[in-house]
Design a binder for this molecule. Structure first.
Ligand code: ADP
Length: 430
């Protein structure tokens, strides 16, 4: 799911107004369709009716009258479907029988040419197939064929004329096949949208409901560590601290899910910006994560630039979470060597970079790395905790600040993640 195109996601595609002329038949619903479609459709019909009328041939004039009649039948059928969608199939069958009867009666009395029958049936069967589904289309086809075949027999038509039946069958079958594909694709899209919706609902519900127990666990840990429930021995303290650090991980995941659920419903993550000296923030985060790096004998350092960097206007907590995720990843995906964080000024931006000497990222994975729930296929990655949301959210948060997040990496040769933040305007002017 994470690989769906971001700006042209399925719901957006579905929401685009339908300009297909057949959509009017297919959907049986005028309200949702573009007025241009109706205008074109009505103009084409009126044009054909006039053209037929002015031939002055009684055959074609009755054909013109039939077209007006069939329009009325169409409209009534669509009106009925619009009132009650569940009636679609039955309305379709009535539409078929009615139309075949109308074509036959009108054609018989007007002494239509066989060619006219042929053409009208074809148009009628196609629209029945497209408007009411394959089932109705097939019924329409069989009834039409029986009537048409009976007519040919009735007038002792030459054998060659019967060739029209298989020709018509081929044409109709092609329409039926594409209608089948259309219906199947529609169903698939609906299923995908349902799954997407279920996923969004699940994320929203799960993240909200996880927050409370996570907070409660913190509360009880504090009570225990304070000794309110009796003095703890060293072993017990170690276990409680482990529960605490696991709870922190759980809290991080919960927060990530919550932020994703906010983005999913099209809302922006709220930023509480304030002018900030980024070096302090970086130093704090680095200091916090040095103990974790040391557990893997990694050297984590912050290379400060010479002189103080200009201020940036940022949501401190959000940028902290972005940076801490980058450093945390660097530690997670590095087995030995150094992790270096730097910050510099460049073209009106502060550029923060986190480089490691770890497993790196394969070239084919690089474009997907910032996608929601994406985790690299590298086998080493599966041993690490994570759900593939850190970089996705990180990039969103940086972009909300007016910056960019990029990565350079090679498999087995470490990675460099960089993000930029615009320098506060007043500081540029100084
Ligand atoms: P998580 O780490 O929770 O899986 P992220 O969104 O932070 O989620 O990262 C997504 C994926 O990007 C990771 O699963 C990993 O495959 C890859 N990745 C991120 N940072 C690094 C890194 N420093 N080195 C190698 N791979 C990385």
């Amino acid at each position: 799911m994470g690989t769906l195109p971001k700006n042209d996601s399925l719901p957006t595609l579905m929401a685009k107004p339908e300009r297909n002329i057949f959509a009017v038949y297919r959907d049986g619903n005028h309200r949702d369709n573009n007025w241009i479609v109706h205008a074109v459709r009505i103009s084409v019909r009126v044009g054909i009716v006039f053209a037929l009328w002015f031939t002055r041939s009684p055959h074609y004039q009755v054909l013109a009258a039939y077209m007006v009649l069939s329009e009325v039948i169409d409209q009534l059928a669509m009106l009925a479907v619009r009132q009650k969608e569940s009636l679609r199939k039955w309305v379709g069958y009535i539409y078929v029988v009615n139309s075949v009867a109308a074509i036959s009666v009108v054609g018989y009395f007007a002494d239509w040419l066989l060619n006219d029958y042929f053409l009208v049936y074809l148009i009628h069967v196609s629209s029945a197939t497209m408007g009411f589904g394959i089932g109705v289309g097939l019924v329409s086809f069989i009834t039409s064929m029986l009537v048409y075949g009976a007519m040919l027999l009735g007038i002792h038509a030459p054998l060659i004329t019967f060739l029209r039946i298989p020709i018509m069958a081929i044409i109709v079958l092609r329409i039926v096949v594409s209608q089948g594909r259309y219906e199947k694709a529609g169903e698939m899209i609906k299923n995908i949208l349902d799954i997407e919706q279920a996923k969004k609902d699940f994320i929203a519900i799960a993240s909200h409901n996880l927050r409370t127990p996570v907070a409660a666990i913190y509360g009880y840990i504090e009570v225990l560590l304070r000794g309110d429930a009796g003095t703890l021995n060293d072993q017990q303290k170690i276990y409680i601290q482990r529960i605490q650090s696991n709870n922190q991980e759980l809290e991080k995941l919960t927060e990530q899910l919550l932020q994703v659920s906010i983005l999913e419903v099209g809302r922006e993550i709220n930023l509480m910006k304030q002018p900030t000296q980024i070096e302090m923030l970086i130093q704090d985060e680095v200091n916090k994560l040095i103990p974790l790096a040391e557990t893997k004998s990694l050297r984590l350092t912050f290379n400060k630039s010479r002189g103080l960097l200009p201020l940036v206007s940022i949501d401190v907590e959000k940028i902290k979470s972005v940076l801490s995720n980058l450093i945390d990843n660097a530690i997670k995906y590095t087995e030995k060597g150094n992790i270096t964080v730097t910050a510099r000024q460049e073209d009106g931006f502060i550029v923060v970079s986190v480089s490691d000497m770890g497993i790196g990222i394969a070239e084919e994975d690089l474009p997907k790395i910032f996608t929601k729930f994406y985790r690299s296929g590298n086998i080493l990655v599966y041993n690490k905790v994570g759900i593939g949301l850190g970089l996705y959210l990180g990039r969103q948060i940086i972009e909300l600040h007016g910056g960019k997040m990029t990565v350079e990496s090679r498999s087995g040769q470490g990675s460099v993640f960089e993000f930029t933040l615009p320098i506060l305007k007043e500081d540029i002017l100084k």
